[in-house]
Design a binder for this molecule. Structure first.
Ligand code: SF4
Length: 407
């Protein structure tokens, strides 16, 4: 963050031109290697109109693909909503992966950027998007370098017209991962979430119909188109179908990104991550980022998928799984989550702006005023404009419910 804290425009420009921000670039699949494996053939067929966009949409829809950024909206359906509106249409790719504990998009960007970019071009072609805005979290310098380089490669190989994909850098605001705030930021404004309706599929960038997808969703679009929907529909576990990329961190031996069946439980994830660190016993877990709150070890058999966590007052979100042990204070973890929301809310609406600040104060007390915190949580859930304020009370509610002795 140093460059954000201290840079003047002149210093910033100097740093950019001297490549002061470059990070070590991981080994990733090049355009040459991707093309050698049949890459971009599907997209080229769509461009040449030998593939009907409706058929492609059906293929993605029947594979059961849902948005992997957190909201879980069926991907194929989004395409038909955007196409139903008259053009010009745009596409915005949400690469502003800022939820604490989430790093799966970064993994795909730094390993297989072309798979993701072919998915992006297929989706853009399906809705006849005139321009693609690729919004990237600025704390991912390696991904930024890779994308700059590989977009230039795509342009010089005549796979995309020059300037068709526009790379935009975020500036460290978590709220810009909310799709309408991201659109405001792309338009050059402060990232404030919009009221809906109208939805961004109807009035998005510059009030034009806009298709918004997350990085991992587009990775799956390309895989479904190239390999068939069976890569998802043939996998089932605990009554759930498909695969999910889980970012696993906390008290496990090997934190990392794990691709597992969508019906996997926290027990499966801990096993995949090499087990608990020696001397630690599972006490609780965050199933999908701070917005999902904290669940107790007694709920270790719940499949971590869309919809399965709702009965427990939680959600899968971006599948950022944090494993907590008997050596952790759940109360402190919940406070840490609320401090994050207090710091990152955009301040636009009172229930969230004042609610987060008030909640942090109450949660720093030796003994929580649980009835006041519960009342405050209800107000925030009911009256906040966007998902940040609506979900921010989850850590409070679930900690009061499952860990009353700690508060
Ligand atoms: Fe901003 Fe919070 Fe209101 Fe969302 S809920 S608009 S983040 S103040």
């Amino acid at each position: 963050r140093n460059h954000i804290d201290h840079a003047t425009p002149a210093k910033l420009q100097q740093a950019i031109s001297s490549n002061a921000f470059t990070a070590p670039i991981p080994c990733y699949q090049s355009l040459t290697d991707y093309l050698a494996g049949g890459g971009y053939q599907f997209y080229e067929q769509m461009k040449a109109s030998t593939l009907d966009p409706i058929e492609v949409e059906d293929k993605v829809f029947s594979a059961g693909l849902r948005g992997m950024g957190g909201a879980g909206f069926p991907s194929g359906k989004k395409w038909s909503f955007v196409r139903a509106e008259s053009g010009p249409r745009y596409m915005a790719v949400n690469g502003d992966e800022g939820e604490p504990g989430t790093f799966k998009d970064r993994y795909y960007l730094e390993t297989q950027p072309h798979l993701f970019m072919e998915g992006m071009l297929i989706a853009a072609q399906a809705v006849e998007a005139e321009h693609i805005y690729l919004y990237l979290r600025d704390e991912y310098p390696a991904a930024l370098t890779i994308l700059k380089r590989e977009i230039a490669e795509l342009e010089s190989a005549n796979i995309v017209p020059i300037g068709y994909i526009e790379l935009r850098r975020g500036a460290g605001a978590y709220i810009c991962g909310e799709e309408s705030a991201m659109i405001e930021s792309i338009e050059g404004k402060r990232g404030l979430p919009r009221h809906r309706p109208p939805f961004v599929a109807q009035k998005g960038i510059f009030n034009q119909p806009t298709l918004v997808h997350n990085i991992e969703t587009l990775y799956w679009v390309a895989r479904i188109c190239r390999e068939g929907g069976e890569i998802l529909t043939s996998v089932s576990k605990n009554g759930r179908t498909g695969l999910r990329s889980y970012s696993v961190s906390g008290r496990v031996i090997n934190p990392g990104v794990y691709l597992l069946p969508a019906g996997s439980t926290i027990t499966d994830l801990i096993e995949a991550a090499g087990g608990m660190i020696q001397g630690h016993r599972l006490k609780a877990y965050q199933p999908g980022g701070p917005s999902s709150g904290i669940l107790p070890a007694s709920l270790a058999d719940v499949p971590l998928d869309f919809d399965t966590l709702q009965p427990h007052g939680s959600l899968i979100g971006s599948a950022a799984v944090l494993v907590l042990s008997d050596k952790d204070s759940i109360r402190d973890a919940a406070l840490n989550m609320m401090e994050f929301f207090d710091h990152e809310n955009c301040g636009q609406c009172t229930p969230c702006r004042v609610g987060c600040e008030k909640a942090v104060k109450l949660m720093r007390e030796d003994k929580w005023d649980t009835s006041l915190l519960s009342e405050l949580s209800s107000v925030m859930e009911d009256a906040s404009i966007c998902g940040l304020g609506q979900a921010a009370p989850n850590p409070i509610r679930l900690t009061i419910k499952h860990f009353p002795d700690e508060v």
